[in-house]
Design a protein around this ligand. Structure first.
Ligand SMILES: C[S@@+](CC[C@H](N)C(=O)[O-])C[C@H]1O[C@@H](n2cnc3c(N)ncnc32)[C@H](O)[C@@H]1O
Length: 237
């Protein structure tokens, strides 16, 4: 038995890796989350497909339940794929699943994916680092576990570029915090449904971005790298 922990990429089905496709082709079971594009499940032509993501209005599996199911499927089958959007180790809880497998002595292999945090900006010509403009990058969640006793994210980041995932529902609150440490005129770019046909790009500044109509799934890029995107796309604001 082996479990492949696989990244599906940010949405565009052509951004999955060859290694991921090969794992899906030989899988007996695929446990998958909500994917931006389910077309890639077609590679798993011989597999039982098990959805373990969230479903509106229904009970969804806790991480502990998913870990247990993964271990059970691994014991009952030879080849299991655990498929996640983007990269499993970037806000994907892949690390917890890897540890659960290790604890049970189950063999696993890791197949990275193109994370939306980098792949979505790259696809539109928005570099997350750029010589002379940005030499550092912070990836941060905009939605910390509300059960934590104390918040880990303080928003006082020194990095030149900040990319926020899961950041739309708390955007106004988080941007207000960031403005305590960064100039309100700092450029911002929001990418909705990055790399997908229904992709939307919204630009602004820290000061005005929350006035714009933004819907998840989306990520937020903050920093002067956004000026490079604007130059390439001849956007004057
Ligand atoms: C739970 S995190 C999973 C991230 C994933 N593991 C990755 O590496 O891309 C989900 C968040 O990723 C971002 N995201 C994922 N796919 C996206 C896409 N195609 N366009 C924009 N943001 C996306 C959104 O901020 C969303 O709330």
């Amino acid at each position: 038995m082996v479990v492949y922990l696989v990244g599906a990429g940010p949405g565009d089905p052509e951004l999955i890796t060859l290694k991921a496709i090969n794992a899906l082709k030989k899988a007996e079971v695929v446990l998958y989350d909500k994917l931006a594009n389910e077309e890639i499940l077609e590679y798993a032509e011989n597999a039982k497909l098990v959805y373990v993501g969230k479903q509106a209005g229904q009970h969804y599996k806790t991480q502990d339940e998913i870990n247990k199911l993964l271990v059970k499927e691994a014991k009952d089958n030879n080849i299991v794929v655990r498929l996640k959007g983007g990269d499993p180790f970037v806000f994907g809880r892949g690390g917890e699943e890897m540890l659960a497998l290790k604890k049970e002595g189950i063999k696993f292999e890791l197949i990275p994916g193109v994370t939306s945090a980098i792949g979505a900006p790259t696809t539109i010509g928005l570099p997350v680092t750029h010589r002379g403009i940005a030499t550092s990058l912070t990836l941060v969640t905009g939605h910390e576990d509300p059960t934590k006793k104390e918040k880990q994210v303080k928003w006082d980041f020194k990095a030149d570029t900040i990319v926020i995932l899961m950041g739309i529902s708390n955007l106004a609150e988080n941007i207000a915090e960031i403005m305590k440490y960064k100039d309100p005129s700092t450029p911002v770019c929001v990418i909705e449904n990055g790399t997908m046909e229904n992709q939307r790009i919204i630009t602004g500044t820290l000061e005005n971005i929350t006035e714009k109509n933004i819907k998840p799934p989306a990520l937020v890029v903050i920093g002067h790298v956004v000026d490079v995107f604007k130059e390439i796309n001849q956007i004057d604001e």
